[in-house]
Ligand binder design. Structure first.
Ligand code: 5GP
Length: 171
């Protein structure tokens, strides 16, 4: 079973997913490949497999990815190792990628995690200390575009509190 989880940057997907995964050992988190630079909190093979642009393009050409997308100027994509093994897997991917997986795998469950309000999303994006203002503004723009795509998902969860969002995702 494939569970797609999307939501704008800063919405708190990471916290929700970590909590759910701690409680459900049969769920696997799909570690994506990306060409974006590492952030201080990133760990190779845990947050992502970090590869060069050239290597990413080779992976696309070789058909190694279940889906891929370009996000804020960098590539990211699903390697699909768990899917290939038929394991229960969570794909934390953006809307462009999610639409590709929904087409290829109509049996996938899709969940969109939305912020409680525009003001709260803006505050959360600015609050991420490692993000320069121009990049935060770009992320906010992308985030708003992404929220408009929530209609393509089977479920929408509003992250007004982590405990509540975790319960809804488990359900
Ligand atoms: P971040 O740079 O904050 O780690 O992630 C940026 C965005 O890329 C997030 O919306 C995240 O869901 C998305 N993303 C991460 N991995 C993948 C992937 O493998 N495929 C796609 N399509 N999006 C991804």
């Amino acid at each position: 079973r494939i569970i797609i989880v999307s939501g704008p940057s800063g919405v708190g997907k990471g916290t929700i997913l970590r909590t759910v995964m701690q409680q459900h050992e049969s769920l696997h988190y799909s570690v994506s490949a990306t060409s974006r630079p590492m952030r201080p909190e990133d760990r190779e093979g845990v947050s992502y497999y970090f590869v060069s642009r050239e290597r990413f393009e080779e992976m696309i050409a070789a058909g190694e990815l279940l889906e891929h997308a370009c996000y804020a100027g960098n590539y990211c994509g699903t390697v699909g190792e768990h899917v290939a093994r038929g394991e229960q897997v969570i794909l934390e991917i953006d809307v462009q990628g999610a639409l590709q997986v929904m087409q290829r795998r109509p049996d996938a469950i899709s969940v969109f995690i939305a912020p409680p309000s525009y003001a709260e999303l803006k505050r959360r994006l600015a609050g991420r200390g490692d993000t320069p203002p121009d990049i935060a503004a770009r992320r906010l723009h992308i985030a708003l575009e992404e929220c408009r795509q929530a209609k393509h998902y089977q479920y929408t969860i509003i992250n007004d509190s982590v405990g509540h969002a975790v319960q809804e995702l488990e359900a």
